[in-house]
Write a new protein. Sequence first.
Length: 321
Amino acid sequence: MSKMKNLYGILLLFILVSCANQEKTKPIEGKVEREQVTVVTKAPGKIAKLLVEEGDFVHTGDTLAILSIPEVDAKEEQAKGALQSADAQYNMALKGATKGQLTQLQAKVDGLREQYEFARKSIGRLDALLQDSLIPQQKYDETYAKYQGAKNQYLAAQAELAEAKGGARQEQQLMALGQKERALGAVSEVKVAAGEKYIIAPQDMSVETINLKVGELAMAGYPIINGFLDRSTYFRFTLPENQIGRFQKGAAVEVDIPYLNHKKVKAKVISIKALNSYASIASAYPDFDPQQAVFELKVVPEDSAGAKDLLTKTLVVLHAN
């Protein structure tokens, strides 16, 4: 019986030692990653044309897609019309009214005077009828309101004619100039909005995914295209704190790429950062001791151009030099 216990003890010790050795010799595995960029819209519109396909490589400033934004075209016409009106008002304020404008204003005053006289006579007749209770108060009030409106329009036209004859004041010229500048600002704003119909590549990048098709609606801020930045390939490794001491920022390392027949890539550690903890547990990874902090190593290849064709998310193994 004692011999059996000793045998079980030796076997258990052998298993524990083997597991410990396996844990020590377990390779440090990671993934190939790339810096991502998302191209979004600033103005809502429908996809009118897609100029790239998934997998294409584009340069900074290339047009990726074109949006259809009918509202911008309508606002552009409105802004141009407002600018023309404001420009005419400013020129009139500077030069004064022309002979033809004075004639038009005089005709406007004469027409409004006739309306005012008719309204004044009408209210006079209704006033007598109201005194004799021959019409309702509502009818009188409606006619009186029309009378006041005609009177105010006539007085305004008279003031407009007098002002045109006397020339615009300095304050009116400044006001007209302000309206013109405001209209110019509206035109510039519309031009900027019209430029938003073109979705432009912000950097040299390879197109990974296109999230909308032609005819679909893209709201403001919607990610139309996702891509990877050119020459942004790096390797990401996750290590517990009992292994992180083997590496230092700036240290030279070697990365093994299994899917390329274990091709070796020289690289350098550029950052070591702690990952978030979860409540009182430092690690969310089942292979690590829950009480140990977990760190992320970011490793970049020395030859970024040679690593640009590595497949994203593929397995890599880290070796310290």
